[in-house]
Design a protein around this ligand. Structure first.
Ligand SMILES: Cc1ncc(COP(=O)(O)O)c(C=O)c1O
Length: 455
């Protein structure tokens, strides 16, 4: 399908007369152009599989350029937090445009540390995105606060800023927007609301390395930004996370917390003047940091490639009826595309279910997934309200699960969870012709939806 654009143009040129007749029959030119590009039988109906070519593997590792520093660390025997971890932190702070960075064991604990060191705890409410991974509300619960779910804008997949103010109460202390899929949440509106109501903001940028709003990196808008370096992420280290901020005093507290509460500046293993604050141990290892430094070398180039391919793929598939790709919030200058999200409207595909659509895509050699299920309806919320700590921290009316749920309905998010389809970030590291394969596979399923549905 390398000549997909060409054939589409050619089709329109060669069939301009037929086009008039088609329009008269109520078929739009876009619909006609889509129909023109592919006549293949879907693999799920016994046709030839569109793709046998592999997608780029993940994580990437280049022994020639990546192993020297990792081997140096391994052979040194200095494996616990030391110079290489500091080097990674300095590099990430500089890359993001933040004054400071602290690495920790994972993104979940980056969120917990940031919330705790901003003073969030029992008795507080934190407004959180609903279309996200479990780690975002789980981090809030670890502080003793209660997550309050803000409905999602289905077009952007992000927290809908227009739904925030109705959820603010006298207990609300912070907003935790998530830049889900690597697409920036609307930080311009969110920061204005936070300012107006004197709320703290912790950005969950665990999927959004180098994403930007007006050329400013996400993670640097709020009081703190948190990142993940887990194996599937665009900076894979196995496990790992980081907090960034310009607030030096806060970052010192985070450092202390991640090292048992010991005064910041003590060497590993030294007790110094004694433990100052309640803390835990979240230190990254030297070999993880060495892996991270190797990954950082290709991040810029990979981010550009993902962005270009995502925008190209979007331009191709948005023409297909029933396929509604992501839209950007205002002033987004870059997204990191940990995932490529779109909505699938089965009504346009003759009622073919999303599961059936994904199965048909996979049969063509196009891996896809259905994404998140509604977090606000999961059992952990009812169960946390029954725990000893929550029973001690909150008045009975706040522990009434039915009442809690009345305030945490997110109907647009429910619908989004039924309609979303994702492609993984590794697929966006391929070539434009590979994006064409994805578009062709969707068109093929679209044109044969009735037959696939009746399988
Ligand atoms: C949106 C979001 N928040 C938080 C996390 C937690 O990161 P980690 O897996 O490193 O704990 C993840 C990663 O899975 C994530 O996708």
């Amino acid at each position: 399908m390398a000549n997909r654009n060409y054939s589409r143009r050619e089709f329109v040129k060669q069939n301009s007369m037929a086009l008039g007749a088609a329009v008269a029959l109520g078929m739009t030119p876009t619909f006609m152009a889509n129909c023109a590009t592919d006549t293949g039988t879907p693999a799920i109906l016994g046709g030839q599989k569109l793709r046998t070519k592999e997608w780029p593997g993940w994580p990437m590792w280049n022994p020639a350029t990546d192993e020297e520093q990792v081997l140096k660390v391994l052979r040194s025997g200095v494996w616990s937090r030391a110079k290489v971890v500091t080097e990674f932190e300095n590099k990430w702070a500089e890359t993001i445009g933040a004054k400071r960075c602290l690495s920790v064991v994972n993104g979940t604990n980056a969120l917990i540390a940031a919330l705790v060191q901003l003073g969030i705890g029992g008795g507080d409410e934190v407004l959180v995105s609903t279309y996200t991974f479990i780690a975002s509300p789980a981090a809030i619960l670890q502080t003793g606060a209660i997550p309050v779910f803000v409905d999602t804008d289905p077009e952007t997949f992000q927290m809908d800023p227009a739904k925030i103010e109705a959820k603010i109460t006298s207990r609300t202390r912070a907003i935790l927007p998530v830049h889900i899929c690597g697409l920036p949440a609307d930080m311009i509106k969110i920061m204005a609301i936070a300012k107006k109501h004197n709320l703290l903001v912790v950005e969950d940028a665990c999927q959004a390395w180098l994403a930007e709003i007006d050329h400013k990196k996400v993670g640097t808008f709020g009081n703190a930004g948190c990142f993940s370096f887990q194996n599937s992420k665009n900076i894979p280290m196995g496990e790992g996370g980081a907090i960034v901020s310009d607030d030096e005093a806060f970052m010192d507290r985070c450092y202390s917390y991640h090292n048992y509460g010991n005064p910041y500046g003590t060497m590993v293993g030294e007790v110094g003047s004694g433990t100052l604050i309640p803390g835990t141990k979240l230190r990254l290892t030297e070999y993880q940091a060495a892996i991270g430094l190797a990954q950082l070398k290709r991040l810029e180039e990979q981010t550009s490639k993902r962005f270009d391919n995502a925008e190209y793929l979007k331009s191709q598939i948005k023409k297909i009826p029933g396929i509604l790709p992501y839209k950007f919030n205002q002033k987004v200058t870059r997204a990191s595309f940990h995932l490529f999200p779109f909505r699938y409207k089965k009504e346009e595909f003759k009622g073919l279910t999303r599961a059936g659509f994904i199965k048909a895509l996979q049969a063509e050699g196009i891996p896809a997934s259905s994404g998140y299920t509604p977090l606000n309806k999961m059992a952990f919320l009812e169960n946390v309200l029954k725990t000893k700590n929550y029973q001690l921290m909150y008045p009975p009316e706040m522990l009434d699960y039915k009442k809690y749920m009345e305030n945490n309905q997110c109907p647009l998010n429910d619908q989004l969870c039924d309609e979303a389809v994702w492609f993984g970030q590794n697929m966006l590291l391929s070539e434009k012709s590979d994006m064409d394969d994805i578009a062709t596979a969707i068109e093929r399923i679209y044109k044969n939806a009735e037959k696939i549905k009746n399988l």
